[in-house]
Design a protein around this ligand. Sequence first.
Ligand SMILES: [Zn+2]
Ligand SMILES: [Zn+2]
Length: 233
Amino acid sequence: MIEIRALASGSKGNCYHITDGHTSLLLEAGIPFKDIRRKLHFQTSNIAACLISHEHKDHCKGLNDVLKAGINVYMSEGTATAIDVKHYRIKTVQAKQPFQLGTWTILPFDVQHDVSEPYGFLLMNQQGEKLLFATDTYYIKYKFQGLTHIMVECNYSLRILNENIASGRVPKVLKKRLLRSHFSLENVKEFLKANDLSKVQEIWLLHLSDTNSDADLFKREIQELTGKMVFVP
Ligand SMILES: [Zn+2]
Ligand SMILES: [Zn+2]
């Protein structure tokens, strides 16, 4: 059974711990490792590996200490080049080339963000569960069958963003970047509608904006749309 724990989510740092009862993984290392340790009650020795989606600091600022703790870290070639840390525990992987970490089979895929080679990850375990992890992407061009757990960015609502721009709270130039880099509530809904949700047990909405989101509203609207359990860490 998949268990998800959000240690941090948002532009100040992202880090999630997942396990299928056999193999524990970190998704992102965007907070200091001492905070990861504290939030996991110092039970970090069984972490098999860490996956990093892209080079922005809110996803990798804890990288050096994660490496020092003896944890292998997986990312794209483009992300590794952009981060520019040389370490034998950094392993580069390729989109659409599945690899194995303990009981997980992991399929990286390309996502849409303003960095060199960002990845989302599809994680499958031996119980037939399938977890989708996709953050910092304004769009997901793939469809997935038989997902059981969805962890997806839901950064902003276009309606709230437009209100904030109208009131001067958010500069207009920011909108242009957001539209081409982060997932809106409206687009998350379209993505969910386009996918087979029949086996989905949990939907996690990640990386909410401080100013252009509303956690309660996002949770309620996605719950109403899907009828699933929705978590907003
Ligand atoms: Zn981010
Ligand atoms: Zn980013």
